[in-house]
Design a protein around this ligand. Structure first.
Ligand code: UD1
Ligand code: MG
Length: 463
């Protein structure tokens, strides 16, 4: 499908989002792992407008910073103190006109529709150009249209105007077709249509919706109904945020189930957009799969597991654990209750067990760290076993230092490796060893800790 080139796209992000009752602007709230702003910018940018503008006002610094860090080419428009979606577009068009003549269609989108997708936008722009409209509004039909602007049509079905909830009479309130706050205008017509907006309405604001009625006198005005109502659902408060998140997550889970993933309880399994899951993987209840996590075939994840940018290879298991930016090799078992901070690299058939914390640890094939350990800034060779309660003392108060332990080692329980320290292959260490100096291969090491028995001892309360 071809899309007529957009001369500009304007994202409206100047509002506070009062109904969120938040210290941060609504557009910086997250939906399935990405902010509202990033989501709408993503969808709009996919249409490759000549200019992508974001209108800011409430916490302008914070919002423009977020917009710029997401896309450095974005044009930031500062809306003045005059409120309203119409004013936002007036400010944007004034700034864009300063930068050069605008020709062709301009897309306008509010930023509180987290599921607005580029496909719907493309269809809207295509419809706009095919119908020869000067202005097209994206609409949807809702069982409960409360709160939205209503689309008012004449008897022939032509779009006449949009009336806001607070300005509508009884028969207008009964209309179920609503404005989504996404529009395409031809640039010249838009300039004309916003020139004389008035604020004589219930909210005392310059409504962009009024521009549609004005546009009618100078061009053809139409409406395009979003094929999938979910894509244009707006979020104004946290109740809607939760409801939409749940509906969307259900869809994501159903997608993966249809791809051959067993998800025992989609109600408690939260999967973000960029996650990949292999066939015959099983996701047990209470899991959060986030970021660019990749799960291999036949892997079992959960219950109660959080994976953030984790790579879990085929047949691995992760139970009741948190894994961040780490690679778990095939058939390796993690958990229960394992905490993997960023930078761990596991080979195949390895293990990290209960109450084990790791950070920047490289664990060789078949190597096991089964119980109660901290392994940080360390490298463990293949087929080594680490006794319970072993700690790598990697921090001397200034620097993080490395511990290297070779292949085929048997580390006794309760060992302390004071880094930097290096241990060769096939080394056995005694229980409670404190290893401060290098140990060559094929060596047994133990450190003195003299046991003293004081016989006939009575505890204080008996004395
Ligand atoms: C708006 C529409 C309404 C539509 C609804 C869809 C108007 C007058 N009303 O109402 O017809 O059904 O969206 O969700 O346009 N914004 C600015 N500057 C401002 C005010 C708002 O940039 O001065 C931005 C907001 O950040 C937001 C968008 O415009 O992204 C919409 O504002 P919001 O206050 O949510 O409008 P609604 O009351 O939802
Ligand atoms: Mg809104």
């Amino acid at each position: 499908m071809s899309v007529m080139a957009l001369s500009a796209a304007i994202v409206l992000a100047a509002g506070e989002g009062t109904r969120m009752r938040s210290n941060k602007p609504k557009v910086l709230h997250t939906f399935a792992g990405k902010t509202f702003l990033n989501r709408v910018m993503d969808s709009v940018a996919a249409l490759e407008p000549d200019t992508l503008a974001v209108v800011v006002h409430f916490q302008a610094e914070r919002v423009s910073e977020a917009a710029r860090s997401y896309n450095e080419h974005v044009a930031i428009v500062n809306q003045d103190d005059i409120p309203g979606t119409g004013r936002a577009v007036q400010c944007a068009m004034a700034q864009l006109a300063d930068q050069g003549q605008l020709n062709g269609p301009v897309l306008i989108a509010a930023s509180d529709m987290p599921l607005l997708d580029s496909r719907t936008l493309r269809e809207l722009v295509d419809f706009h150009s095919a119908s020869g409209n000067g202005a097209t509004v994206l609409t949807t039909i809702l069982d409960d249209p409360t709160g939205y602007g209503r689309i008012i049509r004449d008897r022939e079905g032509n779009v006449l105007r949009i009336v806001e909830q607070k300005d509508a009479n009884r028969s207008e309130l009964a209309v179920q077709e609503v404005n989504t706050s996404v529009y395409v205008f031809d640039a010249a017509l838009l300039v004309q249509a916003i020139a004389d907006l008035k604020s004589n309405n219930a909210q005392g604001e310059f409504y962009l919706t009024d521009a549609l009625e004005t546009a009618r006198s100078a061009g053809k005005v139409g409406a395009f109904t979003a094929p999938d109502p979910l894509t244009v659902e707006g979020v104004n408060d946290r109740v809607q945020l939760s409801a939409l998140s749940k509906t969307y997550n259900r869809r994501v889970c159903e997608h993966w189930m249809r791809e051959g993933v067993t998800i025992l309880d989609p109600e408690t399994t939260w999967i973000e957009d960029d996650v990949q899951i292999g066939r015959d993987a099983t996701i047990l209840p209470g899991c959060f799969l986030q970021g660019h996590t990749v799960i291999g075939q036949d892997a079992v994840v959960g219950p109660y597991t959080t994976l953030i940018d984790a790579v879990i290879d085929d047949g691995a298991t992760v139970e009741r654990s948190r894994v961040q930016e780490s690679h778990i090799g095939a058939r390796t078992n993690i958990g229960p209750w394992t905490y993997l901070r960023p930078g761990n690299e596991f080979g195949e058939d390895a293990k990290a067990g209960a109450f084990v914390e790791m950070k920047k640890a490289h664990i060789g094939n078949g190597t096991k760290v089964p119980h109660l350990s901290y392994i940080g800034d360390a490298q463990l060779g293949e087929h080594t076993n680490i006794g319970g309660g072993t700690i790598t003392a990697n921090y001397d108060g200034v620097h993080k230092n490395r511990t290297v332990i070779g292949a085929g080692c048997h580390v006794g329980a309760g060992n302390l490796f004071v880094a930097p320290v290096e241990v060769g292959d096939n080394v056995t260490t005694g229980a409670g060893s404190v290893v401060r100096h290098a140990v060559p291969s094929d060596t047994m090491v133990y450190s003195e800790n003299t046991q003293h028995n004081v016989e006939g001892w009575k505890p204080a309360w008996e004395r």
